[in-house]
Design a protein. Structure first.
Length: 293
């Protein structure tokens, strides 16, 4: 049973339609970035450099308590040819990534790419001061596309995987040549996050988890039952379940989602026999509810 049997097909479709053309969430993000470019242009024309400076990211300023910069740096996007190319890349490759992941997971990916830069440079601000404004995350979204579809043919029939490696190498060489450690670390952080996110979504990687420590509580011993006394119904039901005579009950949707997430993270073999029985019961219950043609 696939996890998408319990997922709405609308997650992988467009948000709406405009004049017969599908509009995805990534198109709305591109429209918001275009609006931010127009606002930034107006601020530059009005010589409101103070507003741009207050909203831009400065690692040392965040350490002084100006934490809003972690969220507002992306609102400042000065117009440029490079920005226009990034917006085209985001719209083109982001649409395919969204169709593959689903809307919610794509938005989680984009939110992670938006936050990973300021969080990394906030942590390194005492040793590596950094400041920047704007950013579309388009290159990292392309890395996500190349991870999902490594054999997709692009310009001149080049495979997506080799284009991604070539652009990564070129970006790293440019940063090293300019001795720009901030740019090099930004490239590694955003591309690495996009790659790890896709691998996790595919079930190949698991996010590291901290061990949970729980205090062991002593289990009280059951009270002795006098000989000849009737056995309670609950005890008989528990005994029959332990003996494997009670048919599995269909699990609620929340429990099914948890079981599917466990399969995606650790594989089908990680389920216990009881969990497999409950998942199979949920599948049969879903098939009974589906209308027959």
């Amino acid at each position: 049973m696939s996890r998408y049997d319990f997922e709405s097909p609308e997650e992988h479709g467009p948000v709406t339609w405009w004049r017969g053309h599908p509009v995805y969430a990534v198109h709305l993000l591109v429209a918001a970035l275009v609006a931010s470019m127009l606002v930034t242009t107006g601020l530059q024309f009005a010589r409101a450099d103070g507003v741009i400076s207050v909203l831009s990211f400065h690692g040392e300023a965040v350490w002084r308590g100006e934490v809003w910069r972690v969220l507002t740096y992306g609102l400042m996007n000065p117009p440029s040819l490079g920005l226009a190319i990034e917006l085209l890349m985001l719209a083109w490759f982001g649409r395919e990534v969204e169709r593959s992941l689903g809307r919610r997971d794509f938005l989680r990916l984009f939110a992670g790419l938006y936050l990973v830069r300021p969080l990394v440079f906030t942590a390194l601000a005492p040793v590596l001061p950094a400041s920047f404004a704007g950013g579309t995350g388009a290159f990292a979204v392309f890395i996500a596309f190349a991870t999902l579809f490594p054999d997709a043919a692009l310009l001149f029939n080049l495979l997506a995987r080799w284009v991604a490696w070539g652009l990564l190498a070129l970006g790293a060489l440019m940063a090293l040549g300019a001795r720009d450690g901030v740019r090099l670390l930004e490239l590694a952080a955003t591309s690495g996050f996009a790659f790890a996110f896709i691998r996790h979504h595919q079930g190949r990687w698991n996010w590291p988890r901290l061990p949970r420590f729980r205090w062991a509580r002593p289990t009280p011993a059951p009270a002795p039952v006098p000989r000849g006394a009737p056995v309670p119904v609950a005890a008989r039901a528990g005994a029959s379940r332990s003996a494997g005579t009670t048919p599995p009950v269909a699990a609620p949707m929340a429990e099914v989602d948890a079981l599917l997430d466990k399969i995606a993270q650790s594989g089908l073999h990680s389920l216990t026999p009881a969990e497999r029985a409950r998942l199979e019961a949920a599948r049969e219950d879903l098939q009974r509810r589906r209308p027959r043609a």
